[in-house]
Design a protein around this ligand. Structure first.
Ligand SMILES: NC(=O)c1ccc[n+]([C@@H]2O[C@H](COP(=O)([O-])OP(=O)(O)OC[C@H]3O[C@@H](n4cnc5c(N)ncnc54)[C@H](OP(=O)(O)O)[C@@H]3O)[C@@H](O)[C@H]2O)c1
Length: 271
């Protein structure tokens, strides 16, 4: 199977900080010299990145709020494809996380629940749908194309302090499995990254940086491990502690999904 080494132009949505920023810079440093488009809401972060690392013109910035309405998202996807017709990979990294305590139901902020679902899942399925005509066209023309989703070990074993986050990541995990089955004959490769707890800005608004910094995986370590796996043939990439949970609870699932899909296709063709 083709891998990140084959990508010539990758858009990383959610790369102004944390895991996305670090992976963007590592992908930029690949010997294959891809164009890397960094993306997020904060224009000043995009400018800083391009100014500091974009010396040979391969690092570009694209401003996007994934919480924009569906028509605006569709227009942004069309815009990025028009600007970068060689785009062959999109990584969906943008994500947010909130804590909720259902023992105090009145404290559960349902507006935050909606934002979290929209950011972590609905915007992703919308954008995947909008990018796919282009990615399928690229795949059919003989250049492999890629969709990278970013879920979490918490998609496999939910952390009860962040219940909605885990539900959104479980939804994206399920979607990744089924897109993988549906798209692999189109030369569109769907790869899911399942990070463990990693150093980033994700938990800063919860005031948890000091506590979590004692147990999280350092960002450099996460980036090195993930880059190594992205160069392999694996379509599911659990890192660190996520790998243990993945092995315990997910072993055989990918094959089962593929088998189910093949069986269904065969049965439909027989009719
Ligand atoms: N860190 C961990 O422990 C961990 C563990 C498992 C999974 N993950 C997942 O890894 C991904 C990256 O998280 P991180 O830890 O690197 O968090 P982070 O440091 O907070 O970075 C989040 C990124 O998402 C972008 N983003 C958030 N809302 C957005 C929006 N509405 N529109 C566009 N971009 C948006 C942010 O950019 P702007 O603010 O500039 O828009 C930023 O670039 C997330 O999907 C997260 O769920 C993280």
């Amino acid at each position: 199977m083709p891998s990140i080494k084959d990508s010539k132009c990758i858009l990383i949505i959610g790369s102004t900080a944390g895991l996305g920023r670090a992976l963007a810079l590592s992908i930029l440093a690949l010997p294959s010299k891809p164009t890397v488009i960094v993306c997020g809401r904060r224009q000043e972060r995009l400018d800083e990145l391009v100014e500091a690392h974009g010396t040979d013109g391969r690092l570009k910035g694209f401003k996007l709020d994934v919480l924009a309405d569906r028509a605006s998202l569709k227009a942004s996807v069309a815009d990025v494809v028009q600007q970068y017709p060689g785009l062959d990979a999109v990584m969906f990294m943008s994500g947010i996380q909130h804590e909720y305590d259902f023992t105090e139901p009145e404290s559960v902020d349902l507006d935050k629940v909606v934002d979290e679902l929209n950011t972590n899942y609905l915007s992703v399925i919308n954008m995947i749908t909008f990018f796919l005509p282009h990615l399928i066209k690229v795949g059919k023309a003989g250049q492999p194309s890629f969709i990278y989703t970013v879920t979490s070990g918490l998609a496999v074993v939910p952390g009860p302090w962040v219940p909605n986050y885990c539900a959104t990541k479980a939804a994206l995990h399920s979607l990744s499995l089924t897109l993988n089955a549906q798209l692999k004959d189109q030369n569109v490769h769907v790869v899911e990254i399942l990070p463990p707890l990693v150093e980033s800005e994700l938990h800063d608004h919860q005031g948890k940086r000091e506590v979590l910094s004692k147990i999280w995986m350092p960002l450099d370590e996460f980036t090195a491990l993930t880059m190594q796996e992205l160069k392999s043939n694996d379509v599911q990439i659990p890192i660190g502690s996520s790998a243990k949970d993945y092995e315990t609870f997910e072993t055989g699932k990918l094959d089962a999904v593929n088998k189910l899909y093949e069986g269904r296709k065969a049965a439909t063709q027989r009719k």
